[in-house]
Design a protein around this ligand. Structure first.
Ligand SMILES: *[C@@H]1O[C@H](CO)[C@@H](O)[C@H](O)[C@H]1NC(C)=O
Ligand SMILES: *[C@@H]1O[C@H](CO)[C@@H](O)[C@H](O)[C@H]1NC(C)=O
Ligand SMILES: *[C@@H]1O[C@H](CO)[C@@H](O)[C@H](O)[C@H]1NC(C)=O
Ligand SMILES: *[C@@H]1O[C@H](CO)[C@@H](O)[C@H](O)[C@H]1NC(C)=O
Ligand SMILES: *[C@@H]1O[C@H](CO)[C@@H](O)[C@H](O)[C@H]1NC(C)=O
Ligand SMILES: *[C@@H]1O[C@H](CO)[C@@H](O)[C@H](O)[C@H]1NC(C)=O
Ligand SMILES: *[C@@H]1O[C@H](CO)[C@@H](O)[C@H](O)[C@H]1NC(C)=O
Ligand SMILES: *[C@@H]1O[C@H](CO)[C@@H](O)[C@H](O)[C@H]1NC(C)=O
Ligand SMILES: *[C@@H]1O[C@H](CO)[C@@H](O)[C@H](O)[C@H]1NC(C)=O
Length: 493
């Protein structure tokens, strides 16, 4: 603000003029023709004066209309006013303009109702006027302040937990914060999730891009998280995720609730990073690095030691569920896998129930697991905590293939993203008999919570094939000397 007067931003002015002259070339040519019957020198002089005056008059509206900002409604004319001032008392102008700006910070709804029915078709109706920065293969995000925000901070009036169109966002400079706004210091992560943060899979998907950003841009850790679902404020994440994020960032996440802040008063963030696309746009390599980082940090946090591991050791874990999608006859399933495991030197079968393990018990168990055997369900999200290249065997009750939609493949995806090998799925041909035809959607409510039987021949053959593959890989690794390293250094310390 206190720059000397001469520092007019020539670059901007020049672009504006060249934009201007391109647009208005026709009109300029006509004037030239009219004037050219007089002395050419005089005509050019007059023309220059006229054009300059015209530009000066037009410059304000022009700059608004050619502004690259996606939302011209923001008061972007102030810096230009500032530049054009030829009077060295501009600070006075500036402070009155700043005062006006503080009154005119424009808040738009977080949830843009125009796109609310297209939420999943890729249109970002959350903060719909903003664009993400995106480099090929990297995480997509918005950062405030930044070059693309023209140095403006992000402000929210966003406490509503029931309707995202009653929550608002705005951009403004730190000198022109709205009246009575609270400035939150440090780094704030702002997440938009189309699903539920309590759900381990959907919650993790929402957190992954922040970990990617953290890893890529200097390992900075957040001071707080602001969570939105459909533009509605959410006040918590599940326990497992809290633990995972706590391990990843070295401290438990603080979820902002905007307590003690009036509904109509804004909160502005010194530095904010906004994610709206989960892992979208990230290459497989980048995703694997993020899972590597979380695995590594979780093991450090839980004091998991990889020292003294026998290189012949093969851990096979039956990760059981209770209730929906549990095995109907657990002991029969355990027997089958136990028998196959016993045929392999170094194989050890472990049976665990996800619902009564603590986070660190799960981390420890997964660090010893080379083959994870488990029904379709949230507990499978733990798979990325195994060493890379470990295997997953998944089980479905009857009816899912036809009716459960694309969501049934999420554990194929996470296996691919975290560098695991999904060894396919067994789908129970038997189960509840639906009164409608088998591919009728109404049957899904019956199949959804179905339980899972077994096929001894199939399970035995399958287990043997996977065990053989693991055994072969371990022998190869051993002969290549030490890819199964015992100590690890996490990215980001
Ligand atoms: C600059 O502006 C101030 C206040 O607006 C005015 O008093 C002063 O005369 C102006 N100076 C010139 C050189 O225009
Ligand atoms: C700021 O808060 C004070 C005290 O709560 C109130 O009197 C004032 O009107 C507020 N200002 C604006 C611009 O809302
Ligand atoms: C890990 O070990 C450290 C020091 O030995 C201890 O303070 C910490 O509580 C342990 N953490 C867990 C999760 O056991
Ligand atoms: C479970 O399977 C075993 C082996 O096939 C069988 O002996 C046992 O009766 C079954 N248990 C139940 C409860 O069906
Ligand atoms: C977990 O549940 C299983 C079966 O209900 C039980 O045998 C086991 O002792 C439990 N483990 C813990 C740590 O509570
Ligand atoms: C996983 O397997 C691939 C292909 O066999 C191999 O190139 C890679 O080094 C393995 N990664 C680890 C961490 O063992
Ligand atoms: C479903 O029907 C089949 C054959 O019609 C029968 O064998 C099976 O026991 C039935 N399943 C249930 C759960 O009733
Ligand atoms: C069990 O699986 C085998 C293939 O592995 C198949 O041939 C057989 O028909 C299956 N048995 C039943 C009862 O579905
Ligand atoms: C493995 O590598 C270490 C050094 O990195 C070497 O001392 C050792 O002899 C190697 N072992 C085999 C079996 O190649």
């Amino acid at each position: 603000m206190t720059k000397p007067c001469q520092q007019v931003d020539r670059a901007t002015t020049t672009t504006t003029i060249s934009n201007y002259s391109k647009k208005h070339q026709k009109r300029t040519n006509i004037s030239l023709l009219m004037i050219s019957c007089y002395s050419p020198k005089l005509s050019i002089f007059i023309l220059a004066i006229c054009v300059s005056l015209f530009i000066l008059f037009q410059i304000q509206s022009l700059q608004i209309s050619t502004s690259p900002s996606p939302s011209p409604s923001w008061p972007s004319f102030i810096p230009q006013f500032h530049k054009l001032s030829t009077n060295c008392t501009r600070d006075l102008h500036y402070s009155t303009m700043a005062e006006k700006l503080r009154h005119s910070v424009t808040f738009l709804p977080l949830k843009d109702l125009r796109y609310s029915d297209k939420a999943l078709q890729g249109h970002t109706w959350f903060m719909s006027s903003m664009y993400d920065s995106h480099e090929e293969g990297e995480v997509q995000f918005q950062q405030f302040p930044s070059k693309s925000s023209m140095g403006r901070l992000l402000c929210l009036k966003g406490r509503d937990t029931h309707d995202g169109s009653w929550n608002y966002y705005a951009l403004t400079w730190s000198e022109t914060l709205p009246f009575n706004a609270t400035l939150m210091k440090g780094l704030t992560f702002i997440s938009y999730n189309h699903y539920n943060y309590e759900n381990i899979w959907h919650g993790l998907s929402a957190m992954v891009p922040f970990v990617a950003w953290h890893k890529r841009y200097g390992c900075e850790t957040p001071n707080r998280w602001v969570l939105y679902h459909w533009g509605e404020l959410r006040l918590g994440i599940g326990l497992w995720l809290t633990n995972l994020m706590g391990a990843t960032f070295n401290e438990d996440p603080i979820i902002e609730r905007f307590e003690g802040i009036n509904e109509d008063e804004a909160v502005c963030f010194e530095k904010a990073v906004v994610m709206r696309h989960n892992e979208g746009g990230m290459s497989r390599e980048r995703r694997m690095e993020v899972y590597d980082l979380m695995r590594c940090k979780a093991r450090v946090h839980c004091n998991v030691s990889m020292e003294g591991r026998d290189s012949k050791f093969i851990g096979m874990t039956l990760f059981m569920r209770s209730g929906p999608r549990s095995f109907k006859n657990e002991s029969a399933v355990v027997d089958i896998f136990e028998r196959e495991c016993a045929k392999f030197d170094g194989c050890r079968l472990m049976v665990a129930y996800s619902y009564n393990l603590t986070f660190c018990q799960q981390v420890t168990l997964m660090s010893k697991t080379d083959i994870l055997v488990s029904p379709h369900g949230a507990q499978l999200t733990n798979m990325f905590l195994m060493n890379r290249n470990s295997s997953v065997m998944e089980f479905f009750p009857k009816g899912w293939l036809k009716l459960a939609g694309v969501g049934q493949y999420v554990y194929h995806w996470i296996a691919s993203w975290s560098g695991m090998r999904h060894q396919g799925a067994w789908r129970d041909p038997d189960g509840e008999n639906c009164t409608f035809p088998e591919d009728d959607r109404r049957c899904m409510s019956l199949y959804k919570n179905g339980r899972i039987g077994f096929n001894e021949t199939y399970f035995s053959d399958w287990a043997r094939n996977v065990l053989t593959e693991i055994k072969t890989r371990k022998l190869e690794e051993e002969s290549q000397n030490g890819s199964a390293s015992t100590s690890y250094q996490c990215a980001c310390g």
